[in-house]
Design a protein around this ligand. Structure first.
Ligand code: NAP
Length: 467
């Protein structure tokens, strides 16, 4: 007889990470009607929504409206939020095993992939992920400094994050002032002297990771001309051949970028240069250790045995003067103490979402992963919905087969008592909603979607319980 999943003994699930994957997992859990399920969602920040709050660009508000769906999930009577609780610091995996039948890790990819070239650590060279977190008001990044007095900036990579960074650097203060960008970032960008931004792709336009609507937007900015070199976007015979199987999105983005090539400069204050088939090989610094230029090698494409088109360096070099560099070559997951991790892939060791022992490949009963920490940093927010559903379906199958962890203290009060001891100033969903109301009210007064709290101290104070 099942001893859990009933009114008197609900299936108790902990979700670690309140980003899209976490919320989609909770939504999918609540959709099933067989078992009574209670979900406790944790986040190390007081605020939920992960990259929707701290990653999605402030001038892309429509994408953020997905939080309405997450709010509905949070409204379920079986849902609780424990914000400002850090797994590893405030509670451990052992604590989770003591209180829950199942745990899902949805911690995303919290750092960036590094680029191993000489000079990458010079002053003025940064991870794009830090810039993104900074302009979005992530409390851990609000003290970052970026030298926006530089006139020329390079962004390495041509994914949608690189596109976001280029757009934010090229927007006018007026365009940014109506968004929820952090106030300090708005002030810094208001004083920006940036004139030329170079977005650098190591392969051709047909292989670029950005998507068509995102690159189209680059050609529609109020005060930035987009510059593309004709010779870099004409498809080589190899690329041309690959277009035969290309999807509509790829065809469209090639057309869009090629259409930029013929455009005259219109005298706008900034120029955004989209460069292809170039790889940075070195950042060159001045005597003070500040980056002053970037050496690039021109690439050609070759076809691998597996059929993909990869870049290969030629003997032709180029140098661009740049005083600020952002590497935007992908996010990277970070390990959680006590959870098996695949270092080379930057993900939790898992099979379709079941966390596995790296040696035996056996499922660690009761442990699951979803989202970027399960599959790596790819796809848009919505991609996490089917991904989370895949994990949750396995959880439900395991629960039906009674393959769950049997916690010593499944009662909902037990974990609250532990948190009262370990982290008494944790944030509930009601606490977050109070912050949300205050942020949106402050935004309304300024004609903006919200004015964000950007430090934990401000959040604690605004909530009104300052332990
Ligand atoms: P991404 O899409 O994986 O792009 C990474 C870029 O870095 C690619 O252009 C890649 O080139 C390049 N790169 C990797 N290693 C490199 C190296 N050693 N030298 C030079 N270039 C290198 O990653 P992302 O931009 O961080 O985005 C992460 C995910 O979030 C993506 O799925 C993205 O679509 C999504 N996102 C979506 C939006 C939106 O929908 N508006 C906004 C932001 C992010 P290669 O292709 O040659 O490897």
């Amino acid at each position: 007889m099942t001893t859990f999943g009933t009114e008197s003994n609900p299936l108790r699930v902990a979700i670690i990470g309140a980003g899209p994957a976490g919320f989609y997992a909770a939504e999918h859990l609540f959709k099933q009607k067989e078992l009574v399920i209670q979900v406790d969602m944790y986040d190390r920040l007081p605020t939920p929504f992960g990259l929707v709050r701290n990653g999605v660009a402030p001038d892309h508000q429509k994408i953020k409206s997905v939080t309405k769906v997450f709010d509905r999930t949070a409204g379920n009577s079986g849902f609780r939020f424990f914000g400002y609780v850090d797994l590893g610091q405030d509670i451990s995996v052992e604590d989770l095993k003591n209180h829950y039948h199942q745990v899902i890790y949805t911690t995303g990819a919290q750092t960036d992939r590094n680029l191993n070239i000489p000079g990458i650590d010079l002053q003025g060279s940064h991870a794009a992920t830090e810039f993104v977190a900074w302009y979005n008001g992530h409390p851990d990044y609000r003290h970052c400094e970026f030298d926006l007095s530089q006139e020329s900036v390079a962004v390495i990579g041509v994914g949608n994050v690189a596109v976001d960074v280029c757009r934010i650097l090229c927007r006018t203060p007026e365009e940014l002032a109506v968004t929820d960008i952090a106030d300090y970032a708005l002030e810094a960008l208001r004083e920006s002297k940036v004139k030329d931004v170079y977005m650098l792709g190591r392969r051709g336009v047909a292989q670029a990771a950005f998507t068509a609507p995102e690159v189209k937007e680059l050609g529609e900015m109020e005060d930035a001309d987009v510059v593309v070199l004709e010779e870099e976007v004409q498809l080589s015979p190899l690329s041309q051949a690959s277009m035969a199987d290309a999807d509509r999105g790829t065809t469209r983005k090639v057309e869009i970028v090629q259409s930029f090539a013929g455009r005259p400069l219109t005298g706008k204050s900034r120029r955004l240069h989209l460069r292809f088939l170039v790889s940075p090989v070195e950042l060159i610094g001045d005597e003070a250790g500040q980056v002053k230029s970037m050496k690039l090698v021109k690439n050609e494409l070759y076809r691998t045995d597996a059929g993909s088109l990869r870049p290969r360096a030629t003997d032709q070099y180029d140098e661009i003067p740049v005083g600020l560099v952002f590497r935007s070559i992908g996010y990277q997951g970070v390990p959680l103490e006590g959870v098996p991790f695949n270092v080379s892939w930057g993900v939790i060791q898992n099979q379709a979402g079941r966390v596995i022992d790296p040696e035996t490949k056996e499922h660690l009963v009761g442990q699951y992963a979803a989202g970027w920490i399960k599959r790596g940093p790819s796809g848009v927010i919505g991609t996490n919905k089917p991904d989370a559903a895949e994990t949750v379906d396995l959880m439900l199958a395991d629960a039906a087969a009674e393959k769950v962890n049997m916690p010593a203290h499944p009662e909902p009060d037990a974990i609250e008592r532990l948190l009262e001891e370990r982290k008494p100033d944790y944030f509930s969903y009601a606490d977050w909603q109070k912050l949300d109301d205050l942020e949106t009210a402050a935004g309304e007064a300024q004609g903006r979607p919200r004015v964000k709290f950007v430090s934990i101290e401000e959040m604690l104070e605004a909530r009104g319980i300052n332990n």
